[in-house]
Design a protein around this ligand. Structure first.
Ligand SMILES: Cc1cc2nc3c(=O)[nH]c(=O)nc-3n(C[C@H](O)[C@H](O)[C@H](O)COP(=O)(O)O)c2cc1C
Length: 368
């Protein structure tokens, strides 16, 4: 009965409800530094039990899209401090999503215009980044052919994850979520149709393909503690040329065991159906839930009914909403009161300023 709107204990915090705002890239920081507008946007949505920020690049080479706020420079840490202060003042809890795009990038996104890095030198087919077009203006560009990281360089990227996590804590975040979903670097190691390495991070063995994500998680835990460490995964997802493979279930259930042992803040699964890709099979969700003993979040096509059904069935703990939060800063109240949801203007999702970002009204404002 309405457990969705009841407080919930997670990683030492009392969340005011079981509604999370899913991470959403909004590309509104041309200099990569969060500002007052960023702070206002998140504070407006702080009635969610848990806010998860847009993906934040962990290094200059982790970038694949323009105008994204990162977490690897002092000015970015100072910018994020405005956001975390505003959210905490509004009584919210906020994690940030640590992001390395790997091969989903373009030479124009990379320092010195060099090739992006990945687990592989295989290019992501039919995939686009947001960089500088041949005409020298920002726009969608086919991703560039990546260069495979050497084993030493892999360790360097793991160190970048740990440093960015420490930066996040310095910026006042309550924790970090590693972006292990949607075809980016972590999934480029997990998926054996992409990962053709022959070293300790090889794709053709379970231990090899899961080593990168577990090493990264362990490095982050060592810096900031397991209670502040979380991860997002998209099993069965197909974004950015992630092809299915027979060992998907074994791979993710193995990770469920490993994450259970580590006592993470949460694991966040993303069902990509509402983003135009493949759904997580319902029986897989039940099997993952049986193996993963910690707090479980699910995102993707969530509604109040679906969230309550899944929580009541014991299949998830927290329901994350993405797109509905863009046009409904007061989404929690709208769901609880049964007020109508406003549709978002998709043309304003990425880039620009306040319009389509901080100017969506609450239900009370729109009906005044
Ligand atoms: C504008 C937009 C930007 C997004 N950016 C990210 C992102 O930075 N990181 C991520 O993991 N998912 C991202 N997503 C996916 C959302 O987190 C969410 O999982 C997805 O939209 C499905 O939930 P929904 O059906 O409630 O929108 C984005 C989605 C949208 C609509």
């Amino acid at each position: 009965m309405d457990r969705l709107f009841q407080p919930f204990r997670m990683a030492g915090h009392t969340l005011r409800n079981r509604v999370a705002m899913a991470p959403m890239t909004r590309a509104r920081t041309p200099d990569g530094v969060p500002d007052d507008l960023t702070a206002l946007y998140y504070a407006q949505r702080a009635t969610a039990g848990l806010l998860i920020t847009e993906g934040t690049p962990i290094s200059a080479t982790a970038e694949g899209f323009l105008c994204i706020p990162g977490l690897y420079r002092a000015d970015q840490v100072a910018g994020w401090r405005k956001v975390t202060d505003a959210v905490h003042d509004a009584g919210g809890v906020i994690f940030t999503q640590l992001w390395h795009v790997g091969r989903v990038s373009h030479v124009s996104n990379q320092p010195g215009g060099v090739a992006p890095v990945s687990s592989t030198a295989r290019i992501a087919r039919d995939s686009q980044a947001w960089g500088m077009t041949e005409d020298g203006v920002p726009g969608a560009v086919d991703v560039s052919r990546p260069r495979a990281l050497s084993t030493d360089e892999v360790r360097g990227v793991i160190a970048d994850f740990a440093q960015a996590a420490a930066n996040a804590i310095a910026a006042g975040f309550d924790g970090v979520e590693l972006h292990g979903a949607n075809g980016y670097l972590i999934e480029q190691f997990l998926n054996p149709t992409v990962n053709d390495r022959t070293d300790a991070y090889r794709g053709d063995t379970l231990e090899g393909r899961t080593r990168f994500v577990l090493d990264a998680i362990d490095a982050v835990i060592a810096r900031i503690g397991a209670e502040r460490t979380a991860i997002r995964l998209s099993p069965y997802g197909g974004l950015f040329d992630m092809q299915p493979y027979p060992e998907i279930e074994d791979t993710y259930l193995f990770l469920a065991d490993e994450f259970s042992r580590r006592g993470l803040a949460y694991v966040h699964l993303m069902d990509q159906k509402s983003r135009g890709s493949v759904a997580i099979p319902p029986d897989f969700l039940a099997r993952f839930r049986a193996r993963y003993t910690g707090v479980l979040i699910l995102a993707g096509g969530m509604t109040r009914d679906r969230a309550e059904t899944l929580i009541d069935a014991g299949l998830i703990d927290i329901a994350a909403f993405g797109e509905p939060f863009i046009a409904n800063p007061d989404l929690v109240a709208r769901l609880e009161q049964g007020w109508p949801l406003r549709p978002a203007d998709r043309g304003l999702h990425y880039g620009g300023g306040a319009r389509g970002y901080t100017d969506y009204p609450t239900y009370q404002q729109e009906s005044a």
